[in-house]
Design a binder for this molecule. Structure first.
Ligand code: NAD
Ligand code: UGA
Length: 455
């Protein structure tokens, strides 16, 4: 039996450790966090994050071999293996501000491990970090007066929110990077052994530390790049009369390209794509690779352009003014099946429409609490309404901002009857039947498609 500790009980730490605990009943898994409210929520029936399937795994493992605790020092002292999945946001001050990763939480964690450790440990970098962070971690940990040896391993996480449990249960690959020394390779094998309890051997990849760190940044950059590519094409479709769904299908049927991640919309959100690409851009600039940096930065610029374009379409379609008009935003989460609103395009659109003095009401099945918190002071100008029918009542327009399946099954005839006329519908996720909405009476604007209007 091994004692596994995870520092950071967030969107990654909680679900990943729950799945490890499920498949490794012979190991004891403890998840700690500095935030006592988060830990209390993990111990309760009201988990701090919504993730399909998560409740079942937690119910099965909690207090069997999965434990949540605020006792970080004790956790470190007892652990053999320590996964670190603390947050690594973009730096907002000093050198590299706005691009580089803010590594203060990361370094604090390293020092804390050193302080509380009484025996050698394997420290696993689970958070997404710039290349060569593991080296810095090794320096902090191994220049110690305790005479202890720490092995640092990189094991980036590839799960996506909304499908986290499925992604952990059946990963495309598990990546483990380590030092090419006997103890480094032993550490890699110890981590691989954990995953071998349910992941086929051929999907467990081992590489150098740096390749592993860079692969994580590169994978997110490639995914985001596909979204920006199709969004760039959607702008051209709107000008030229082509339909982006048809184009995406035709392009994606090429097996070399593949159909996934080609959904045009209001742009990508979430806590990682932007942060990780900025990180990559900073790394390239650091190494003097300015052309490479500019190439990846363009992925973010197109994303900002796409979000701005969506709001401009709303304002211009509604006779160039939305001041005082009620607009119902359907969706607050950055994607469906999550309660996460971090960097959600829905909130960006919300803020932009508030600037235009629109009266905003947001409806979302799971993310209203987080939306309120993320909007901060501006939340007082917004109405939060879980029932989409009530949200749309008296509204001049509806904007679909998250692709929740709940929004496709609504009675839009009934909604139309309750709205101010002319009624507008802006489908920022292209999930509705636009011709049917037009037939009901809506003026319909979708992304990358010709508008359907009665005006
Ligand atoms: P999160 O903010 O949800 O969770 C991080 C947790 O770490 C917080 O609860 C925070 O209180 C805790 N923490 C911070 N400093 C601490 C310390 N010194 N001691 C104990 N706890 C501490 O973040 P997240 O979304 O889980 O992301 C964590 C990392 O994983 C990031 O590097 C992210 O890029 C990466 N990642 C995230 C996802 C995702 O889907 N969210 C997927 C893959 C990788
Ligand atoms: C993403 C990656 O998919 C994960 O592999 C990675 O582990 C994770 O980032 C991370 O490092 O944090 P996530 O951000 O949770 O996962 O969700 P995605 O499914 O990638 O969606 C990101 C954003 O892109 C969402 O706003 C989504 O709506 C948008 N998107 C995605 C599109 O607009 N179109 C698409 O075709 C796909």
């Amino acid at each position: 039996m091994a004692n596994i500790l995870c520092i950071g009980a967030g969107y990654v730490g909680g679900p990943t450790m729950a799945v490890i605990a499920r498949h490794c009943p012979h190991h004891r898994v403890v998840v700690v966090d500095i935030n006592p409210e988060r830990i209390a929520a993990w111990q309760s029936d009201h988990l701090p994050i919504f993730e399909p399937g998560l409740e079942d795994v937690v119910r099965e493992t909690r207090n069997r071999n999965l434990f949540f605790s605020t006792e970080i020092q004790r956790g470190i002292a007892e652990a053999d293996v320590i996964f670190v999945s603390v947050n690594t946001p973009t730096k907002t001050f000093g050198q590299g501000a706005g691009k580089a990763a803010d590594l203060q939480y990361w370094e604090k964690t390293a020092r804390q491990i050193l302080e509380s450790a009484t025996s050698p440990k394997i420290v696993v970098e689970k958070s997404t970090l710039p290349v060569r962070t593991a080296e810095a971690m090794e320096h902090i940990l191994n220049f110690n007066s305790k005479g202890m040896q720490f092995d640092v391993v990189s094991n980036p996480e590839f799960l996506a929110e909304g499908t986290a449990i499925q992604d952990m249960e059946d990963p495309d690959r598990v990546l483990i990077g380590g030092r090419d020394t006997p103890s480094g390779q032993r550490a890699v094998q110890t981590i691989a052994e954990i995953y071998r309890n349910w992941v086929p051997q051929e999907r467990i990849l081992t590489t150098s530390l740096w390749s592993s760190e860079l692969s994580k940044l590169a994978a997110n950059a490639f995914l985001a790049q596909r979204v920006s590519s199709i969004n760039a094409i959607s702008a051209l479709c709107e000008k030229s009369g082509a339909d982006v769904t048809e184009v995406a299908r035709a392009v994606g049927l090429d097996r070399r390209i593949g159909p996934r991640f080609l959904r045009a919309g209001v742009g990508f959100g979430g806590s990682c794509f932007r942060k990780d690409i900025l990180n990559l851009v900073y790394l390239c600039e650091y190494y003097g690779l300015y052309e490479v940096a500019a190439y990846w930065e363009q992925v973010i610029k197109i994303n900002e352009y796409q979000q701005g374009r969506f709001t401009s379409t709303i304002v211009s379609a509604m006779f160039n003014t939305v001041a005082g008009k009620r607009i119902a935003l359907f969706g607050a989460a950055f994607k469906a099946n999550t309660s996460d609103t971090r960097s959600s395009p829905a909130l960006a659109v919300c803020r932009a429409l508030l600037e235009e003095r629109a009266e905003i009401v947001i409806s979302d099945p799971k993310a209203l609490e987080n939306a309120r918190a993320d909007l901060g002071e501006t939340a007082s100008q917004v109405t939060f309404e879980p029932d989409p029918y009530l949200a749309a009542r008296g509204a001049h327009a509806i904007a679909i901002l998250t692709e929740w399946s709940q929004f496709t099954g609504l009675d839009y005839e009934r909604i139309y009857q309750s709205m101010a006329k002319p009624a507008f519908l802006f489908d920022g996720r292209n999930i509705l039947d636009h011709q049917a909405l037009y037939d009901i009476g809506f003026n319909v604007f979708a992304v990358g498609k010709p508008p359907l209007t009665h005006l």
